[in-house]
Design a protein around this ligand. Structure first.
Ligand code: NAP
Length: 309
């Protein structure tokens, strides 16, 4: 028997069980915390893991993340032979691309400045630049960055990107590795972080990086809060190293009451809503991937556990 356990939002679990009953009737779809024979569970679909759940699944072979990232899964409690697959589905990529276009345009057209001026009752027009005079640089050139680049393309920004391995993307100037980072940053006016959170990328949005951007650059972090050193951002904004930031993620979520980000007029905050897994589309991505696993075919979004993404 092919048994899968859903661990997470109960309404989504019930909905996915109905879809599986129609589209993969050969799969026994269990929903945590309902009963069922967990000893036979080969597949787990989850946003986070607990030691109790992992210990109760001796036959586990594959974990399917409900999100595009996997850093929220504590893989230290998962036996090394268990495969991990992240979620690649149109709901996440479409909503992320929308968010990046919104944040980029808002920064390009000085929205944080004008909102602050309005609060003070001031009418202060600034010079307007063309998109072609502004460089939007992506930290990470994966699924979400590419979808965002595609959405930004028609607006005419200069587009650049940085990744671990060398990439060729039409219309994008690409840089790779530590040796490419300074050159990439030096020309970036709006920096968009869409990196996975790994040991190599934790804290990358720090003073040292901000100093390598043109003075007055802006940042967008739609990846993970752990990429950003909070105090370094506040200081960089105070000193004018950076002009503004759009943050969709925080080091602890929800961001603690009274955190200085809430009241900083140069920071626009959203509560981790940039790229959203949509149950209606994600269930089909899950079914496609499960079919691939069962057929021994390559799956989309297989994570290299040693690399961390
Ligand atoms: P992905 O397809 O795995 O792409 C990751 C990109 O980052 C790749 O281009 C990779 O380089 C690059 N990279 C990884 N480590 C690097 C390093 N040390 N140095 C330079 N580049 C590095 O990931 P994705 O689907 O685009 O998602 C990115 C992240 O977005 C997720 O991991 C998740 O944390 C976050 N996310 C946030 C939300 C939200 O709502 N805020 C929603 C979904 C996802 P290579 O191409 O060379 O491997």
């Amino acid at each position: 028997m092919n048994t899968i356990l859903h661990h997470g939002d109960e309404a989504r679990g019930r909905y996915w069980r109905e879809v599986f009953a129609r589209e993969m009737p050969g799969v026994d779809f269990l929903c945590h915390p309902d009963g069922g024979d967990w000893s036979q569970v080969r597949f787990l679909v989850a946003w986070t893991l607990t030691p109790e759940v992992i210990a109760a699944l001796p036959a586990l072979e594959v974990i399917f993340s409900i999100g595009a990232g996997v850093d929220q899964l504590d893989l230290s409690i998962v036996p090394p032979h268990v495969r991990v697959v992240r979620m690649i589905e149109p709901g996440i990529t479409t909503t992320m691309a929308q968010y990046i276009v919104m944040a980029t345009l808002a920064l390009h057209r000085d929205l944080p400045f004008y909102v602050a001026e309005q609060r003070h009752g001031r009418w202060s027009p600034r010079d307007v630049r063309l998109c072609s005079e502004r460089t939007v640089g992506f930290l990470g050139l994966g699924e979400l960055a590419r979808a965002s680049i595609k959405a930004l393309g028609p607006l005419g920004f200069r587009l650049t990107g940085w990744s671990r391995s060398t990439k060729a993307i039409a219309g994008v100037e690409t840089y790779a590795g530590q040796e490419g980072l300074s050159g990439f940053l030096a020309s970036t006016d709006i920096l968009v972080c869409l990196l996975p959170l790994t040991d190599a990328t934790r804290g990358i949005l720090c003073r040292d990086l901000f100093e390598r951007l043109p003075r007055g650059a802006a940042i967008v972090n739609a990846a993970r809060g752990g990429h950003l050193v909070d105090g370094d951002l506040t200081a960089a904004l105070d000193e004018g190293l950076l002009s503004a930031a759009f943050l969709d993620v925080a080091s602890t979520e929800p961001l603690a009451e009274g955190h200085p980000f809430y009241s900083n007029p140069r920071i626009f905050l959203t509560p981790h809503i940039s790229g959203v897994t949509r149950p209606e589309t994600a269930v089909h991505a899950l079914i496609t991937n499960l079919r691939c696993v069962l057929a021994n075919d390559p799956v989309a979004g297989e994570v290299d556990r040693a690399r961390g993404y």
